[in-house]
Design a protein around this ligand. Sequence first.
Ligand code: SAM
Length: 262
Amino acid sequence: MTEHHARKRFGQNFLSDPNIIRKIVDAIRPAAGDTIVEIGPGLAAMTDPLVERLGHMHVVEIDRDLIARLKERYAPERLTIHEGDALKFDFGRLGAPLRVVGNLPYNISTPLLFHLASFADSVTDMTFMLQKEVVMRMVAEPGTEEYGRLSVMLQYRFRMARLFDVPPGAFRPAPKVTSSIVRMLPLPPDKLGAQDEALLGRIVAAAFGQRRKTLRNTLRDFLDEPDFAALELDPGLRGERLGVADYVAIANHVARKGASPV
Ligand code: SAM
């Protein structure tokens, strides 16, 4: 088969280091009977050892050339290929419990993580490779530079751990940055606590919209001085000082007041 030329617009960097591939697949711990979907199988660096252990799996791939290769290589009873954009894919239709893995296209990683978070209820775990800098933001603690909207919204739904780093030399072509493997375990629904998750999302977006401003400014559409007092919250703080539980408390207070902005 002719060589595939990596397409930048699809964020294509293909894993080529067999030791790293083995390490990632071991971290996923695939077991026969698991329903696993891989986002962006590419040239099947991870798909191959996964299918080997699972017998069957699902993949979502956008690149038609890669899809044609996958079809040639795998019988449909071993690989179900979903052709199209993972950002629009309904992961819920694969049934629960679902395990999601992938060396994600870095150019769409943030919207993809938000899209995937909406299927957390039917997911057992997700194991992804992402830019290290994004993983650091996902697992960041309050008060740190990396802590932001992505940290709060994902930590609200998942327990997350950075497992190990992967150097640029493990890929062809080599990316400019170091990557990390992250594991995401959905929290049980009764642990989440926000009465209105869309409202929580709007409040967190507002709090981090202008990082240098205080909550008094950034949350002025949601909270007035008595609200801050009722929540025992210092309006002079910046959004980065608050933990996930603080944001949930704010969102539930606003929901109770019925005073979300128009
Ligand atoms: N898994 C392979 C590996 O580790 O070598 C390829 C990883 S490469 C970083 C990202 C893969 O995601 C490519 O195969 C690319 O075509 C695919 N991809 C990019 N954007 C996508 C999208 N929106 N939906 C589904 N797949 C996408």
